[in-house]
Design a binder for this molecule. Structure first.
Ligand code: FES
Length: 163
């Protein structure tokens, strides 16, 4: 199997300075970690380990604690989003109609895992909850485009439109 590659961290000095300003703003506030993580995600677009490490060192909070918070709340992401954000609905209606197999097919096609971004920054894949289009199950979205009543053998053709 090919090695799965994800986009490398490309944070700038300016982003780091902005993050440290945010940390200083909340430093003496109780429960500062969550608002800092929110603002950090706005600065970087996601919360990679490199960013968590800066927060950990500045606030003297363990990496394990920060990682636990980042992975607990679904609004935080460990990975950047791609130019094309693929969402595969794993809600009940979609799942029983085969969205799990469609997700596997997408992963194989792009050689990527769920929750990651491709090295060239073009694609990211997320498994989502019900998006309210159960009548079209199984459903995937690619940015604003919605594809419903999908079968596995349509996946390659759909993805080829975005490559
Ligand atoms: S379960 Fe997929 S849209 Fe509702």
């Amino acid at each position: 199997m090919n090695e799965v590659k994800v986009a490398p961290f490309k944070g700038t000095k300016e982003q780091e300075a902005e993050l440290k300003t945010v940390i200083d703003k909340y430093r003496d506030t109780n429960g500062a970690l969550i608002p800092i993580l929110h603002e950090a995600q706005e600065i970087y677009g996601y919360l990679p380990l490199e960013v968590q490490k800066i927060i950990s060192e500045e606030l003297n909070i363990s990496m394990a604690e920060i990682y636990g918070v980042v992975t607990f709340y679904t609004q935080f992401s460990l990975y950047p989003k791609g130019e094309y954000k693929i969402g595969v609905c794993l809600g009940t209606a979609c799942y029983v109609k085969g969205s799990g197999e469609i997700l596997e097919k997408i992963k194989r096609n792009l050689n990527m895992e769920v929750g990651t971004c491709s090295e060239d920054g073009r694609f990211s894949i997320d498994a989502t909850r019900c998006i309210g289009a159960c009548g079209l199950a199984p459903v995937i979205t690619i940015n604003e485009d919605v594809y419903g009543k999908l079968t596995e053998d349509q996946v390659d053709e759909i993805l080829s439109k975005y490559k």
